[in-house]
Design a protein around this ligand. Sequence first.
Ligand SMILES: [Zn+2]
Length: 186
Amino acid sequence: MLTAELRLALPAWLDAEIDTEHRYADDAAKVALAIRLARRNIAERSGGPFGAAVFDGEGRVVAAGVNRVLPETCSVAHAEMMAFIAAQTRLRRHRLNGEGGRYVLATSAQPCCQCYGASVWAGIDELLIGARAEDVMELSEFDEGPLPADWIGELEKRGIAVRRDILREDAREVFRRYAQAGGARY
Ligand SMILES: [Zn+2]
């Protein structure tokens, strides 16, 4: 029998980790949350070393995600994808900014080629990035995949502002910790 229903789950600890009334005022506060989620995902052994969160224009968290590829047996279950799906489900629209408002995705590491593509259509206005793809590939075994040469320009053409190297050292530290914990075992 074919599978008729698709389901992805975030870890149980995630909801308690986030105060949805708190305003994450600046870029660093938003990326700091994404990094904290990545760290906790390693500590909890609930997925790979990546975290992401979607914020509204007031700086409040709409949804958050962590990497769930191994626990969910799903290659698309990256932190950014989980955050987008959770935000779209919560707001009941496939384009987050489709009815106005500004939305921001903060991610602990530069989106891979899949999450880059998803970012084009998710309906965000800003993308905030901690570690660079080269950091991820230097410090871990993850392949971030091919991106357009001018990947930032392609996003900016579509109205998405990109800011990177936010708390880059803290974000790099996540991958060192992951390697020390034994790498891709969970
Ligand atoms: Zn990805």
